[in-house]
Design a protein around this ligand. Structure first.
Ligand code: SF4
Length: 447
């Protein structure tokens, strides 16, 4: 909505040229598709000249006629979008396109090898049973309190060493799910069980020692690092809490090993966050999370503030870390295309409810839920032959307020297949023989 308002303000003077500087960065794929469709329409119908600045070749493919590729302040290649995307001359352009295309290719090899399947009957590492979270928020001029259902009846299991991607638009409950697992907020209902122990109600000391197994990487690589601390101090921070008996030598060795594990030199130890790039800051955050060798790593939108090349590097790094030390991964992202690179299974959330859960390959090749289909259709594809048509077909709806969720199926106000039953009953969470789960009254008839 805010981006639409900005576009309306920019158009109020009836300009002939509109400069859009990363207009969709950090937006959900569905909102991104709507903004890009709007820009394409303005360009077409008003004859508006548009300069679109973006790090995403898929965005370029949808609306631009010509493209200039820049590196280190220089234009390295320029020309018609079709020609450059089909046969780029410069190695840098080829690299950008290869990285951008990677996540969209169905046959693309995942970044990490799946873990060995859990033995039949083996207990799950993580279990969520009927987890619900409510937020109390102030509302209106009179400050009346209201309850917001951030997460409703989420149940799932994670095998040891498994990576689960969690996708959905802003406000769907992805980050709340991570915080519920890590016991960073109180549950309204349900329970979280880690390695056979229910985490709710554990004494503070027991929870504290369990926390060394459960670590998190945050979304904002700069904001999540204390600007007054050096890189070495930041990475060592968990040791101060969980490994107080370390000798100074063991302490220093652990920091150096953690930095090396994420591809950072020991010489960065004395630097401060403001002296680092976004990718380096995110590596520092990963080193801090990995220094205790956790058994579960929760990644809360770790790539959304990074450019395509840096996203690729961080994805590769996370894949390597999983291979080096098998651990569970909860990988939250609004970018559904990126998740399949890393995760064995993917959970789709909408307005705090589970819509679909499936092995990644099945979800991307045969999505059953209309919302999953909408998400996948909105991913920009760096192919100028098909992306303009995909933009035109992009869904136009936005999620309703979580304060007043629709009755029945919460997706029904946007769903093109909604029927009377969808208004009356909440869909049941059905399990299919191939490990696919879906919550939709009509998934069978929709094929
Ligand atoms: S239950 Fe109905 S409204 Fe919900 S996704 Fe299925 S068809 Fe659409």
């Amino acid at each position: 909505m805010r981006q639409r308002v900005m576009i309306a303000i920019a158009l109020s003077g009836e300009p002939q040229l509109l400069i859009a500087d990363e207009p969709t960065t950090a937006l959900d794929v569905t909102v991104q598709a709507q903004i890009l469709a709007l820009l394409a329409e303005l360009k077409r119908e008003r004859g508006l000249a548009l300069v679109l600045i973006t790090h995403d070749p898929g965005v370029v493919a949808g609306i631009a006629d010509r493209v200039s590729v820049m590196r280190d302040g220089r234009i390295v290649e320029t020309g018609a979008v079709g020609a450059i995307f089909r046969s780029p001359r410069e190695p840098y352009t080829r690299k950008l396109l290869r990285e951008a295309r990677g996540p969209h290719l169905p046959a693309d090899a995942p970044h990490s090898s799946p873990p060995a399947p859990a033995a039949p009957g083996a207990p799950p590492a993580l279990e969520l049973a009927g987890v619900s979270v409510r937020y109390t928020i102030g509302r209106g001029w009179l400050g009346r309190r209201a309850k917001l259902a951030a997460l409703s009846e989420v149940s799932l299991e994670l095998a040891r060493g498994e990576a689960l991607g969690v996708v959905g638009e802003s406000g769907c409950g992805k980050s709340t799910l991570v915080r519920a697992v890590l016991q960073l907020l109180p549950l309204h209902a349900g329970r979280v069980v880690w390695m056979g122990r229910a985490l709710g109600g554990l004494p503070r000391s027991a929870l504290r020692s369990l926390r060394r197994d459960l670590q998190i990487i945050f979304q904002d690589p700069f904001g999540s690092l204390d600007p007054r601390m050096t890189v070495g101090e930041i990475v060592a921070e968990p040791l101060e809490v969980h490994a107080r008996d370390f000798t100074p030598a063991a302490h220093a060795a652990a920091v150096a090993a953690a930095l090396s594990q994420v591809g950072l030199g020991a010489e960065l130890s004395s630097r401060y966050p403001h002296e680092l790039s976004g990718g380096q800051c995110q590596r520092v955050g990963i080193a801090r999370a990995m220094i205790l060798r956790p058994q579960l790593l929760a990644c809360d939108e770790p790539l959304s503030a990074l450019d395509v090349s840096t996203q690729e590097q961080i994805l590769t790094l996370l894949g390597e870390l999983r291979r080096a030390s098998p651990m569970c991964l909860l990988f939250v992202s609004h970018n559904v295309a990126l998740v399949q690179r890393l995760c064995e299974r993917v959970l789709v959330l909408y307005l705090g409810r589970m819509m679909e859960l499936a092995p990644a390959a099945a979800l991307y090749s045969r999505p059953l839920h209309p919302y999953t289909r909408e998400l996948l259709a909105a991913v920009p594809v760096p192919d100028p032959d098909i992306q303009p048509a995909r933009l035109e077909r992009a869904g136009r709806g936005e999620p309703p307020s979580p304060l007043t969720p629709p009755s029945g199926c919460v997706y029904r106000t946007r769903c093109p297949h909604a029927a009377a039953v969808c208004r009356e009953r909440i869909p049941t969470w059905e399990k299919l023989p191939d490990g696919h789960y879906v919550a939709c009254h009509r998934w069978r008839e929709l094929g």
